[in-house]
Design a protein around this ligand. Structure first.
Ligand SMILES: C[S@@+](CC[C@H](N)C(=O)[O-])C[C@H]1O[C@@H](n2cnc3c(N)ncnc32)[C@H](O)[C@@H]1O
Length: 285
């Protein structure tokens, strides 16, 4: 029988994608909530999955509503060399970016499709993912300074770490339904409608207050089953609603408001946690 689990010591990696709302700058703080005794690492709002790649857990489930993203992770898991070879064939620059953007992803083979996703992610404006009414990616070109494509070594390292992960495309509940005692769940949902007016980072259709209410219900259910979790959320009315009487920590983050560097400023993010076996409101790490 084939096993997806990789034996031996594992080394973390930087993520291979840039992601609006990504948590790279908070990694040292977030990592304190994890320990190797957990049976599995579960992340239902994976995005660039930077905490997963940083921690390199032995077993994981990653999910996201973004099917192109999950398709890319699946292909990277199986075929990093194929993706890398296709990426090296792609040219830089606005014109080529627009040509790549115009391709219907379903019309091309899986390695090309994953390479296209990584290419557009790297050169689009601010690492945003936004689609139009017909589901077509429509983020403008990010300019010459938007960075360089991930090196083959990075793709190989991420691929190796993904061998330990089950990948699920769909709503976060689909992932949470699989959580068991002994797991650790990290949830980093998009900011909902109200907070997004400030941060302006996501497609309107993505996360509503109803979704926040659903998430709150799941947090309650996990705590009742004594399952550890960590939720990160921008300080807001929704965050107050989510935190209830769970333990919270407030951290400062640099945010790129509306994508303009002169409007970068600090904002505060709430880390809401429940740690199995600890008292609910004192579940400090
Ligand atoms: C803030 S980002 C996660 C960023 C990630 N922590 C990182 O460091 O890159 C939120 C993610 O949730 C996904 N998402 C939005 N609504 C969702 C839903 N209902 N279920 C699952 N994922 C969802 C988005 O596609 C996005 O990738």
């Amino acid at each position: 029988m084939r096993s997806d689990k990789v034996a031996g010591p594992r080394q973390g990696s930087a993520p291979f994608l840039r992601w609006a709302g990504g948590k790279r700058q908070l990694l040292p703080v977030l990592a304190r909530y994890w320990n190797e005794k957990y049976k599995r690492y579960i992340e239902p709002f994976a995005g660039s999955a930077c905490l997963f790649f940083h921690l390199a857990p032995a077993k994981a489930i990653l999910g996201d509503l973004n099917t192109e993203l999950i398709g890319t992770l699946r292909e990277l898991k199986m075929n990093p060399q194929g993706i890398s070879a296709r990426l090296r064939q792609l040219r830089k620059g606005r014109e080529h970016y627009l040509t790549m953007r115009a391709i219907a992803p379903a019309s091309i083979p899986a390695p090309e499709r994953a390479a296209r996703f990584i290419y557009l992610n790297r050169f689009c404006f601010n690492g945003l993912y936004r689609t139009n009414g017909t589901g077509r990616f429509n983020v403008p070109y990010g300019g010459e300074k938007s960075g360089s494509l991930p090196a083959t070594e990075r793709l190989l390292a991420c691929s190796l770490l993904l061998k330990n992960a089950t990948l699920i495309a769909g709503d976060f509940e689909k992932v949470l339904e699989r959580v068991k005692p002994g797991d650790f769940v990290y949830m980093d949902p998009p900011f909902s409608v109200k907070a997004r007016r400030v941060f302006n980072e996501y497609d309107k259709s993505l996360f509503s207050f109803d979704d926040v209410v659903r998430l709150r219900g799941w947090m309650e259910g996990l705590a009742v089953r004594n399952i550890s979790f960590l939720v990160s959320y921008a300080e807001s009315d929704e965050a107050d609603f989510l935190k209830g009487d769970f333990h919270t920590e407030v951290v400062a983050v640099r945010r790129n408001i509306a994508g303009f560097s002169d409007k970068r400023k600090h904002s505060r993010e709430l880390l809401i946690s429940f740690i199995a076996g600890k008292k609910r409101s004192k579940g400090a790490v």
